[in-house]
Design a protein around this ligand. Structure first.
Ligand code: ASP
Length: 437
């Protein structure tokens, strides 16, 4: 049995919704469906963005602004043959509540209405996530949700579930962060005991490299969850980062597929490395699965003689970061020096950070670089295979690219290279040439 999630683009027009229907009905094992609200279409905005505008406006104009959302749904309802008035009762109820409705309630209505619409079209049950996706004091409550969701879905043969929201201990609607329907999809897949979580989106899958920089980049056929986390960190945002956790616990693979390209095989994301065999064998046998990068990091270089024998030196430096609320990304270190890499922050925070560190550890030298790019070379295949880092370094050196930092964790699943922002694109192209991902 499969749990299937369709993103906003897949629900954005009547044609897209009919394609979704065709996909679901082509495989009877697609019993549980999670949906996002309609996304961007031609000149129309994302429904969630329209609802954010409604929620942020004064009580007396909300219904008026909501009319555009209603018109958008009427058009889709008409186009899929349900008739533009099919959800009138739902709309009227929401409109009566809007003036005093909470922000999260208002913003979540896109998913709510979309799920009811698709349930009608498919003749599936509608299972409201408010009843079984639970939040406690604003934070998602996985333990409670797991039980409630399994019980609720256990009663349905086939159901459509709205993504993106649940409710708290008082029954008030609470939403996940943007893109959160991916998380709902994973929760539903686990509760339903699905063999796979199919995530239908509008791209063919995760790419081996950024196609804007490396035009011959291709779709990765198989990834592990760990590799995916590394790529997501570097900005590959096909899936919501938290969507992995519920299915990972239950060993359920995620299959990323494109609603609009049935011939693309998509990217299969498997829970553990030992599944990379048999059915999930990779098409290409290479040490590197993907290369991804992000620009605009800062790095702070701190030097002090005999630093390595000064107990607590690193802790003191890192506690300055903690005090100023700056999250640390990497800490490559030498005998008498350490470098702390972090995401760009404003000038005031930077100055405060440097002053604090000077006070804490009295360094011989401290300097800040503000144009650092990080590139991750990711792949289980590099483990226990000597030479991957050497090849990367040689390739950069041959391309006359200065390597500012290199960091490889003991897990040997990724190597992080730091270069200047100016060298970023050239470095990606060079590394791609070396590893031919
Ligand atoms: N509709 C919500 C958003 O635009 C949630 C989602 O699509 O997953 O972020």
């Amino acid at each position: 049995m499969k749990a299937v999630k369709f993103g906003g683009t897949s629900m954005s027009t009547a044609e897209a919704v009919l394609e979704v229907k065709r996909i679901i009905e082509s495989d009877p094992s697609r019993r549980f469906v999670v949906v996002s609200a309609p996304g961007k279409a031609a000149s129309e905005n994302k429904v969630t963005d329209m609802l954010i505008e409604v929620a942020a406006s004064k009580a007396d104009v909300r219904v008026e602004l909501f009319a555009a959302v209603r018109a958008r749904f009427a058009k889709i309802l008409d186009g899929i043959g349900l008739g533009g008035n099919a959800l009138d009762a739902e709309f009227e109820k929401i409109e009566s509540e809007l003036p005093s409705a909470s922000y999260d309630y208002t913003v979540s209505r896109g998913e709510y209405l979309t799920a009811i619409m698709l349930a009608k079209l498919l003749d599936y049950e509608f299972a409201d996530a408010a009843e079984f996706v639970k939040f406690e004091r604003g934070a998602y409550d996985d333990v409670h949700t797991e039980k409630l969701c399994a019980t609720a879905l256990g009663k349905c043969r086939r159901a459509v579930v709205p993504g993106f929201y649940g409710s708290d201990e008082n029954g008030n609607i609470v939403t996940f962060s943007r893109g959160g329907s991916d998380v709902t999809g994973a929760i539903v897949a686990r509760a339903a005991g699905a063999s796979v979580y199919e995530n239908y989106t509008d791209v063919d899958g995760f790419m081996t490299c950024d196609p804007r920089i490396v035009p011959h980049a291709s779709v990765i056929d198989i990834l592990t969850y760990r590799e995916l986390r590394e790529l997501a960190y570097m900005g590959a945002n096909v899936l919501h980062p938290e969507s992995i956790f519920p299915v990972r616990k239950a060993n359920i693979p995620i299959h990323v597929l494109n609603t609009f390209n049935g011939s693309a095989h998509g990217t299969m994301i498997v829970p553990t490395e030992d599944l990379l065999g048999g059915k999930y064998r990779r098409n290409k046998k290479m040490p590197i699965t993907a290369i991804a990068g992000r620009q605009h990091f800062f790095s702070l270089y701190i030097e002090k003689s005999m630093m390595n024998s000064e107990v607590g030196f690193m802790r003191k430096v890192l506690s300055s970061f903690e005090r100023l609320g700056v999250s640390v990304e990497h800490v490559p270190s030498g005998i008498d020096s350490m470098t702390v890499v972090f995401s760009a922050v404003d000038g005031e925070t930077c100055n405060a950070l440097i002053d604090d560190i000077k006070k804490e550890v009295d360094p011989d030298h401290i300097s800040l670089t503000t144009d650092m790019s990080l590139i991750a070379i990711v792949g289980h295949g590099m483990r226990s295979r000597p030479g991957t880092a050497a090849r990367a370094i040689m390739r950069l050196s041959n391309a006359e690219i200065n390597l500012r930092m290199i960091d490889q964790g003991a897990s040997e699943i990724n190597i992080i290279l730091g270069v200047s922002d100016d060298d970023f694109a050239r470095a990606l192209i060079a590394l791609n040439g070396e590893f031919e991902v």
